[in-house]
Write a protein that binds this ligand. Structure first.
Ligand SMILES: Cc1ncc(COP(=O)(O)O)c(C=O)c1O
Length: 378
């Protein structure tokens, strides 16, 4: 085989983007025909669809009965910032960040809300110290999508904490176990693990989060799309399908169809698919000395956004590999995130087929060989 001989098999689906993520196997636009387009989202049919999306999310994720699940504007960012703006400021807060999305929440807390936050950061590949005062609120990202580093568990969160935990779980929900007793606010968007659409966010509140909302009024003004209470009481309608403003019923239908697929697998089935995908890549890296996981500690390796770095390759190699693979049509959107160290990021969430990951791996060898040969010849 020469450096440029291409592998015999191609991934059937080359979509490995970390968001929006691949649609689920068998997806077809024809399955969206039941969307109540042109109808009011406040008509019975629209409200029923929104309520079904909420109820089915709660059941699939195993969210406790006394927690509330709501659909809110502006995707995960909207859901997470709504939580920050409505709940922070009541007590000290520890902000944890180890990649770009967590860093964005730190900017919100420090520069926008002007909180005197305790900020703990770590470089791409690592986690910060997770020893935290249980009197503090905590803001963190379960899975750092741009570094491929996740918290290994929630043992570091005190059971008897006074503070609230605000967890951005957008690249974790449905692919990783989320221990609800440790999470007071959890947010995600449909575009990630289930391959749904952007635009709407999901916010999940524990009874303690609701208590905070009903007992605390922040010092700053809140735009309408962040308001979760009225007259000091939770707006219950948000958690039964009466959205704050107009949602896309097409996105809602897309999510409901996606849930049909996901419910057949069950939560554990969804988790297992992501784990199998990531494991195939980990095994590939373990057998090679030129590529490795960006996550330093095995226990923190993401099973969804798998981030890889090249060892000893000249700068630009990973970028050129990603470009080559895209040009071949075998891997779309696998370059590292713009703020992350140069490397590859391969989405392994539950909608991705393991056979496609396995078909992609020989292409990584190929692209590396081709790039190395091109550099040597230059
Ligand atoms: C950890 C994390 N937080 C927030 C976001 C922003 O999500 P959205 O664009 O759905 O608001 C992303 C998107 O990739 C993410 O991975």
């Amino acid at each position: 085989m020469t450096e440029t001989t291409t592998p015999a098999t191609r991934p059937a689906n080359p979509r490995f983007s970390s968001g929006p993520c691949a649609k689920h196997p068998g997806y077809s636009l024809n399955n969206l025909m039941d969307a109540p387009l042109g109808r009011s989202h406040r008509a019975a049919v629209g409200k029923a669809k929104l309520k079904a999306a909420i109820d089915r999310t709660k059941a699939l994720l195993g969210v406790p009965d006394d927690y509330r699940v709501g659909i809110v504007p502006a995707s995960d960012t909207g859901a997470y910032e709504m939580a920050m703006w409505t709940m922070l400021g009541a007590r000290p807060v520890t902000m944890l960040a180890w990649e770009s999305f967590g860093a964005g929440w730190v900017t919100d807390a420090v520069k926008q809300l002007k909180l005197d936050a305790e900020v703990r950061t770590a470089d791409y590949g690592a986690l910060p110290d997770l020893t935290i005062d249980p009197a503090h609120d905590i803001c963190f990202t379960w899975n750092g999508t741009t570094s491929g580093v996740r918290v290994p568990n929630a043992d570091w969160i005190a059971d008897d904490r006074d503070g609230l935990t605000l967890c951005d779980a957008t690249s974790a929900a449905f692919a990783m176990d989320l221990p609800w007793d440790k999470l007071d606010v959890t947010t995600f968007s449909w575009q990630k693990v289930l391959g749904g659409e952007g635009a709407h966010g999901v916010i999940i509140l524990s009874p303690r989060a609701v208590e905070r909302l009903e007992s605390y009024t922040p010092a700053w003004p809140l735009p309408k799309i962040f308001r979760l209470t009225k007259g000091g009481k939770l707006i219950e309608g948000i958690f039964t399908g009466a959205t704050i403003n107009t949602p896309s019923m097409l996105c809602v239908e897309d999510y409901l169809v996606t849930l049909d697929w996901a419910e057949d697998l069950g939560l554990q089935g969804l988790i297992d698919r992501a784990t199998a995908n990531a494991t195939a890549i980990w095994d590939f890296c373990a057998a090679r000395d030129w590529i490795e996981n960006l996550a330093e500690d095995e226990a923190t390796r993401s099973t969804t956004s798998v981030c890889l770095k090249l060892v000893g390759a000249p700068e630009g190699t990973a970028k050129a590999m990603a470009k080559r693979l895209e040009a071949e049509g075998v891997a779309l959107d696998i370059g590292a995130y713009r703020d992350a160290p140069e490397g590859l990021r391969i989405w392994c969430g539950s909608t991705v087929e393991t056979a496609d990951i396995e078909a992609l791996l020989p292409w990584l060898d190929w692209a590396y060989r081709a790039e190395t040969a091109a550099t040597a010849a230059a």
